[in-house]
Design a protein around this ligand. Structure first.
Ligand code: NZQ
Ligand code: ZN
Length: 394
């Protein structure tokens, strides 16, 4: 078992009445003038935005609004947010939405506390020394950004989608009301379930086989989110199901299932290039790639893939042939993706086969011009990345 630090400083306020505490929480974490940051339509359409505004007004907390964050959030919106916060001397950001809005808020928070270009953090030129305090009202369980140290931004000039991982940007609080997720379209629910499971799978497939408790937590999380995810598509207003998925989303990406393991995140690295180039939904992009990644790397630790097949997917263990068990597990996972309306290949994701030139561009971008590897179970070079993109393109 690998040594680890576990740091999860976000105050989680979970349940049907959770939003009532928003103004109190902003004050608790020092906010006096707030940037209300949100996405395209959903927060306005559901009435959530109006409710939050009424609550802040009643509590005498002034605010400025900045909506219009798009899925796969862009740098130009981050710059706009930084300008507004400086112009209005705001001191707190409230993100209302999902991973895209929360990540945009994190980037604004880093940018305000930095004299240079905030993109420097994403391109690896600089490390943040500080971040403006941020809280969120989560409306879609998926990215896990409400408790993670991750932040993924797309530079809309260069179409590069890069992450910056830093504890300073972690949410001060995360308000989570499963009722707010009833309005999610089935596709977003399914993509969210895929992303949640992937955050734990990216930590499960490692060379460290001796973390019994972490494995048990991870497998229970995966089984629960998978089962509830499949059921909720037929019963979208079931509070119990929505609640399990929402809490699962936070635990899947707050590092709990990383204790004692070594994270991999190669599927994520490969996917970020797909969503940068084609604007696809992140979770769907992961589903399109995972099976190919799994078949490509499984011999690095075949017993782990067999364990996953048996303990998470209910495949019958063929003790004489762990490879057979592992392969049945990958097929069962892909069958699950299909049952919830997710793709299991690139053509299923974007509706056509990519050209060889496009595959080469993806691999080149992912390896940053053949200068980096990704993943840990197997460190993927440019050639490995290209091979996996090719497999997923069939
Ligand atoms: O823009 P609106 O109108 O709000 O619509 C959104 C958006 O179209 C909609 N939506 C959200 N809540 C809703 C709703 N529709 C109806 N009812 C509701 N209650 O859902 C769509 C997707 O929202 P988005 O925030 O983009 O989804 P998600 O949470 O999946 O975030 C995706 C982004 O997070 C990044 C992804 O790469 C992608 O850019 N990630 C961030 C991570 C992190 N910070 O730790 C880790 C992840 O692996 C991921 O990479
Ligand atoms: Zn993800």
């Amino acid at each position: 078992m690998k040594d680890f630090n576990f740091y999860a400083p976000t105050e989680v306020v979970f349940g049907k009445e959770s939003e009532k505490q928003i103004s109190q929480l902003i004050r608790k974490y020092g906010g006096t003038k707030v940037l209300l940051h949100y996405g395209g339509q959903s927060a306005r359409r559901s009435g959530l935005l109006d409710e939050v505004k009424a609550q802040l007004t009643a509590a005498n907390i002034p605010f400025t609004e900045l909506g219009g964050v798009v899925p796969n959030p862009v740098l130009s919106k981050v710059y706009e947010g930084i300008d507004i916060v400086r112009r209005d001397s705001l001191d707190f950001i409230l993100a209302i939405g999902g991973g895209s809005v929360i990540d945009s808020a994190k980037a604004i928070g880093y940018g305000i506390c930095y004299d240079g270009d905030v993109w420097d953090f994403y391109s690896g030129k600089a490390q943040a020394k500080s971040c403006m305090p941020i809280g969120c009202v989560l409306t879609i369980p998926a990215a896990g950004s409400e408790m993670s140290y991750g932040c993924v931004i797309t530079n809309d000039k260069t179409q590069r989608k890069w992450s910056y991982n830093c504890d300073l940007g972690r949410m001060k609080f995360a308000v989570m009301n499963p009722l707010r997720t009833y309005t999610l379209p089935a596709y977003q629910t399914a993509a969210g379930v895929t992303d949640i499971m992937m955050h734990t799978m990216e930590r499960y497939f490692s060379h460290h086989d001796d973390m019994l408790l972490t494995d048990a937590i991870a497998e229970a999380l995966l089984r629960t989110v998978k089962e509830c995810g499949e059921k909720v598509l037929h019963d979208p207003e079931n509070y119990q199901l929505r609640a399990q998925i929402m809490w699962g989303g936070s635990l899947a990406h707050n590092n709990l299932t990383e204790c004692g393991t070594q994270k991999d995140f190669a599927t994520h690295g490969l996917e970020h290039e797909l969503s940068a180039m084609f604007g696809v939904t992140h979770g769907a992009g992961l589903a399109a790639l995972w099976g190919s990644w799994a078949r490509y790397v499984m011999h690095e630790n075949i017993t782990r893939f067999a364990q996953f097949a048996v303990n998470v997917l209910g495949v019958r263990n063929n003790f004489k042939d762990p490879e057979q068990t592992a392969l049945e597990g990958v097929a069962a996972m892909e069958a699950f993706y299909h049952r919830i309306g997710m793709p299991a290949s690139i053509p299923e994701l974007i509706g056509r086969t990519l050209t060889e030139d496009e595959l080469i561009t993806l691999a080149d971008n992912c390896s940053r011009g053949k200068t980096i590897t990704i993943g840990n179970l197997k460190k993927l070079t440019y050639d490995d990345m290209l091979a996996i993109y090719r497999m997923a393109n069939q």
